[in-house]
Design a protein around this ligand. Structure first.
Ligand SMILES: Nc1nc2c(ncn2[C@@H]2O[C@H](COP(=O)(O)OP(=O)(O)OP(=O)(O)O)[C@@H](O)[C@H]2O)c(=O)[nH]1
Ligand SMILES: [Mg+2]
Length: 263
């Protein structure tokens, strides 16, 4: 039996967080349900909510969920907090460090947006893919056959595709079509190996580019990466977008210049 940890980087997500926590609790039952074979059984799910200086009630919502008397169903919430906003990359760093300190060998770390666009119900399938295809990182991918996006503007759709295409041309990471989506499953082994090599530089980017940077570093430390199709539900997005498109394009360029050609 393994434990699934779910890292939620949260910044002003009071609208989406309560519904996502409910859906994650329900998803835990699916891991032990008939559709999951015995060797992928998960009996505990711990949410790591990393509140990054939110100005709304995000932290309070996570704290209330964390303070709930521990239920018998194996579901729990831990709140990690930055006093002020340090960015998505810093939240990923905090969550990954906590996971590596607190988890056991057979545990898995999932990371996902908590704005309502990533369906947590996909997690059992991601874990099954990891076991059946011997993967250490599973990307929920908009660009895998069967994946897609609903409710996204044409310009945002084009922007995401161009970023993934450009990173693909430069880095050619095996098994990767979607370089930028933050919905992924990581094995403990792959993360700890990458952390051992890169230390605090495992994630240097403070913004959205951290997801692509992490993939590049994981590949260089030998992680086996694959994808399962994701339908991104932008029509379910709650709260405002924090993505600053021009700044993110600039950071992709800077990260690519820094990493390209390195081994
Ligand atoms: N911890 C932390 N999380 C952040 C920050 N900015 C965004 N996030 C979280 O990162 C996830 C992705 O942010 P989004 O604003 O949805 O960005 P996106 O999915 O790339 O683009 P849109 O959905 O169009 O906004 C969400 O869970 C946000 O709460 C930040 O500064 N710190
Ligand atoms: Mg989003």
């Amino acid at each position: 039996m393994a434990r699934m940890w779910v890292l939620l980087p949260c910044f002003d997500e009071e609208q989406a967080l309560p519904g996502l926590l409910t859906r994650l609790r329900e998803t835990l039952l699916k891991f032990s349900g008939a559709e999951t074979s015995a060797n992928v059984a998960v009996n505990e799910l711990t949410v790591l909510a990393v509140d990054d200086g939110s100005r709304d009630s995000t932290a309070q919502i996570a704290r209330d969920a964390a303070d709930m008397p521990s239920a018998q169903d194996g579901f729990s919430v831990s709140l990690l907090q930055h006093e002020k906003n340090l960015g998505l990359g810093a939240a990923m760093r905090t969550g990954i460090s906590h996971f590596l300190d607190a988890s056991s060998e057979s545990d898995w770390l999932a990371a996902m947006d908590c704005d309502g666009t990533h369906p947590p119900e996909l997690l059992p399938e991601m874990l099954r893919a990891a076991h059946e295809r011997d993967l250490e990182v599973v990307i929920a991918s908009r660009y895998a056959p069967g994946g897609g996006e609903v409710g996204l503007s044409t310009s945002r759709r084009a922007y995401s595709r161009i970023c993934s295409w450009g990173l693909g041309v430069l880095f050619r990471l095996r098994g990767v079509r979607d370089y930028t989506c933050g919905f992924r499953l990581y094995s403990r082994g792959a993360l700890s190996q990458a952390k051992e090599r890169y230390g605090e530089s495992l994630i240097r980017e403070s913004g959205f580019v951290c997801h692509a940077e992490l993939l590049v570093h994981l590949t260089r430390t030998g992680a086996r990466i694959g994808e399962v199709p994701l339908t991104l539900r932008y029509d379910h997005k709650l709260g405002r977008s924090k993505m600053r498109v021009m700044r993110t394009i600039w950071r992709y360029t800077a990260m690519a210049a820094r990493e390209f050609g390195r081994r």
